[in-house]
Write a protein that binds this ligand. Sequence first.
Ligand SMILES: O=C(O)COP(=O)(O)O
Ligand SMILES: [Mg+2]
Length: 229
Amino acid sequence: MAIHTPPIAVFDLDGTLADTAADLVATLNVILAQEGLSPLPLAKARDMIGAGAKALIERGFEAAGKELTAGHLDRLFEQFMVHYSENICVRTELFPGVKGALDRLESAGFILAVCTNKVEEHSVKLLDELGLGHRFAANCGRDTFPYFKPDARHLTLTIERAGGHPGRAVMVGDSRTDIVTAQNARIPVIAVPFGYTEIPVHQLGPDMVIDHFDELFAAVQDLMTPLAA
Ligand SMILES: O=C(O)COP(=O)(O)O
Ligand SMILES: [Mg+2]
């Protein structure tokens, strides 16, 4: 690795940078209603987020007691993507402290990137609407590469595209998918406990858990100091 390679922090999007559940579940409920099924409460459906929109539809229909054929799922997925794109930032908000934490990392010379199982177009659109579009050197979705989380290459290729190096990287995420991805890539991972996961994140083996973004910089420093030494 070049001695001057700047450190990089890679963020998951849904449940990590932004609380997207209300808008994702609202779209899911439009699709369920269209199929004659009752809406799912937000509290029940939020933990179904994290493996992409298709998985969310599958999990939603399973919870509503209806099986889908592959063709039917594909058609509903198309409809979901159109409706969600038009309603991507109605109730979605950044989690507290995100902007300050990004500022802190940037002023310490970190490259910032996003690695999400949202499709890239939606990730770009949402981060623009949240006023963060310009902050990330790479914004890589489920369809950016032929690989997606938990495949380590989604993360390592995001790092490469952003101009970073896996040996000077840290991942921040909210789910088992993120933790496994980072572990597969041998990159340290910090978990946030306020995202979308049925199993509490501290039980999923992250290197650290932070309760608020105000704690991120210190956690990153702790994890990366030995790497930088
Ligand atoms: O499930 C999704 O839509 C994407 O989730 P992620 O941003 O947590 O990877
Ligand atoms: Mg997530």
